[in-house]
Design a protein around this ligand. Structure first.
Ligand code: UDX
Length: 453
């Protein structure tokens, strides 16, 4: 009895990167660990702070002090912003951690592990001074991790020249990286290559991390996982898709408009194209109008997420654009959708996506084939895997023009080719379900990881 009372509580400290696509999977991982009996602390930056809902009341949320503003993200772009954030947070996080550890001892708690998003690499430098068990969480695909490594190594050989293929032929495949072409390497539309390379050098540095957890599945990315295992020489745990592992919890930074589910309820089975470009992709007004025309010509219904502020140039105000588009028949437009619920809806037949990794996993998890329109970084590689490896998507390249949009939508929604993709997507869906089941590879991987705590 006494021994039981004296047993220390085991706490895991998790540090998300402050972006929607990174917050969601780390909270899902926290839920899975909490279910296994661990106490949870989430240390978030003030920037993009997830307001913890009632569903997360079992977790402790703390803030890492920093002074970054929305305007910094706008002015610097995501790459430079993350580098600045790492510099700002290192000292404040270390100070906070020191005090936190003292407090934990007084209440008989033990921090068994610190899990940090790969883009919050400053955490490794801070925790090693306290000799804490630390682990990297990669919220992008294993292939994206490999691409970052390769890009950073190619750049080290002779800078930009090696990132463009021989003689600047960006269409060429990168050796031993099928199906990635030089143009699919995770360069960013927001920053010069040097900035991406600096960031990747840090995200690929394992330091004292004892292992890496990846939100992916063996059956999707076995060769990239093996590559990483060889290169990093520490255990690599593929434990995804995390949204299928953990119970659902609200992690949206924006308010979800659930009215679109009522609209979907009125649509025929597999008749709707769902369009969403994630949490920070931007579009030009011209592209939006070309897409709208193409969708109308395709004769398919659509549910379109247009985030406030996501349309870059505006000869027309967003309000006007909305008005023009809602007069289109067969369309429903929302500012932010309950995406997982939408993809699980029987009315949805295809997903027009920027191919962010979360969106990709959520679509594969529901057996929904995709029209891939990547915008930046890892999204390009994800689109290639969807089209060339898993064969459940078609990529739209080049300028967005109404005829191109119409053809892509028809290929997926009307043609036999689309039927075949749908069949393959449903097979993959079953494989992912098996992976997270009691006998599955992701389930086993999570158990193996927990044994190390
Ligand atoms: C970013 C990068 O773009 C992505 O490539 C990287 O893999 C993770 O970080 P983001 O652009 O936000 O993420 O895309 P994605 O990874 O797809 O994440 C978006 C999340 O927002 C998904 O979980 C999706 O379900 C959710 N979402 C999106 C909504 O809940 N509602 C919406 O209307 C749109």
């Amino acid at each position: 009895m006494e021994e039981k009372l004296a047993r220390r509580r085991r706490r895991v400290l998790l540090i998300p990167a402050p972006a929607q696509g990174h917050i969601t999977p780390i909270i899902q991982l926290a839920k899975a660990l909490h279910f296994k009996g661990f106490s949870i602390t989430i240390a978030q930056t003030k920037f993009n702070y997830l307001n913890p809902s009632k569903n997360l009341s079992d977790f402790q949320f703390v803030t890492i002090p920093e002074s970054l503003q929305e305007s910094d993200l706008k002015n610097l772009g995501p790459g430079r912003f993350m580098i600045k954030l790492a510099k700002e947070c290192y000292v404040s996080f270390k100070d906070w951690l020191g005090q936190f550890l003292v407090k934990q001892q007084t209440i008989n708690e033990e921090i068994v592990c610190v899990i940090y998003d790969e883009f919050m690499y400053f955490v490794e430098a801070a925790v090693k001074e306290f000799k804490l068990h630390n682990v990297i969480l990669s919220t992008t695909s294993a292939s994206a991790f490999v691409c970052r490594f390769v890009m950073f190594k190619l750049y080290a050989i002779d800078g930009l020249a090696h990132l463009k293929g021989s003689g600047g032929r960006e269409e060429e495949l990168v050796p031993e990286l099928y199906p990635i072409r030089y143009k699919d390497l995770p360069t960013s539309v927001f920053a010069p290559v040097e900035i991406s390379v600096e960031l990747f050098k840090n995200t690929c540095y394992k330091g004292t991390a004892s292992s890496i957890i990846i939100n992916t599945v063996r059956c999707l990315e076995i060769s990239s996982l093996e590559w990483l295992q060889r290169e990093l020489a520490i255990p690599v745990y593929p434990i995804g898709p995390l949204h299928m592992v953990a119970s659902a919890s609200p992690t949206s930074l924006l308010e979800e408009d659930k009215s679109c589910i009522k609209w979907l309820n009125k649509q025929k089975s597999s008749s709707v194209v769902y369009i969403s470009l994630g949490s920070f992709t931007m579009m030009e007004t011209k592209e939006v109008l070309e897409m709208a025309s193409g969708l109308v010509s395709s004769n398919q219904s659509f549910l379109w997420v247009i985030r406030p502020g996501s349309i870059r140039t505006s000869e027309m105000s967003e309000e006007e654009l909305f008005r023009k588009m809602v007069t289109l028949e067969r369309g429903c437009i929302v500012k932010w959708a309950p995406q997982k619920q939408v993809l699980a809806h029987s009315a949805v037949g295809a997903f027009w996506s920027h191919c962010g990794w979360n969106s990709t996993l959520e679509s594969l998890g529901e057996g929904v084939p995709m029209i891939c329109r990547p915008f930046t970084t890892d999204q390009k590689g994800n689109a290639r895997y969807l089209e060339c490896v898993w064969k459940v998507g078609i990529q739209v390249e080049g300028e967005i023009e109404r005829g191109v949009v119409e053809r892509a939508v028809k290929r997926l929604m009307v043609d036999e080719e689309g039927e075949e993709m749908k069949r393959r997507a449903l097979i993959l869906k079953e494989k992912l379900k098996v992976s997270v089941s009691a006998e599955g590879s992701s389930h086993k991987s999570l158990d193996d990881f927990i044994k190390t705590l």
